[in-house]
Design a protein around this ligand. Sequence first.
Ligand code: SIN
Length: 301
Amino acid sequence: MGHYKRITVEPITGTIGAEIGDVDLTRLDAETVAEIRAAFLEHCVVFFRDQPLEIPQLKEFAGHFGPFGIEPYVKTMEDHPEVIAVVKEADEVNAINFGGHWHSDWSLQENPPLATILHGTDIPPYGGDTLFANSYLAYETLSDGMKAIVDPLIAIHSARKPYGTGKSLLGSKERRSMTILHSEEAHAEMEHPLVRIHPETGKKLLYINPVYTVRLKGMSEKDSSEILDKLFRHSINEIFTCRFRWRKNSVAMWDNRCVMHLALNDYDGHRREMHRVTIAGDRPYGEAMPRNIESPERMSS
Ligand code: SIN
């Protein structure tokens, strides 16, 4: 791509994802950071290879893009409250992995993260790839009639399916190498526009995901699921996705506002460890919930 002077940017599919080269993430000047940000906005998720980052260096890299996000429901690293160690041990056979369903990070928050950065430190010999889906295309490829239906809708997001007190999407509450903090608080609900306008690109996208989007405002879960399930299936059409094969010291940085992702769980018998930080984001807005409205109170279900 011709418009980058400090870095190389090679798209990995025609619709989402690019690998950035010629860069050392521990030695960045302002121009290089600006180019990384431009590539991130252009490709929705960017990848770097051979970046042996210690935790402080990962945090320093993240700091170029904004303050850290808030990490609820998962115990973070002892000395680094901003960092989650995403771990599945070799003997956690049949365990459901963290991030193993399509989602965008913490969409249940009032201000969900702008970006997530993931650094691979212990990578299985095969498997454990991460899939990403482009939510701009999910919206843009709807028919005009369907766009008119979804544009005014408000979606309700909640952490209750993975982190609530009932049966969890994450499977057994014991035997996990990560400490998941299940609570009543996870049953709270948050409203976001179903069609979000990206605050930097100005483009519309479908802002839903099957983990946290639990229903549509003003509809029962059953009625909502008829619309949502159709949109979820449409959003992960393979043409909108890319698949990243990790190596030790690879880094992925995705625009959490316009990307869903999923970690594959196909490496039983092998260990996988990643370090994850998020960058704080803004309150989503769209035609259904214009910008700068007073933030509604968090509702309890
Ligand atoms: C996540 O959902 O943040 C984890 C993704 C991964 O482990 O690949």
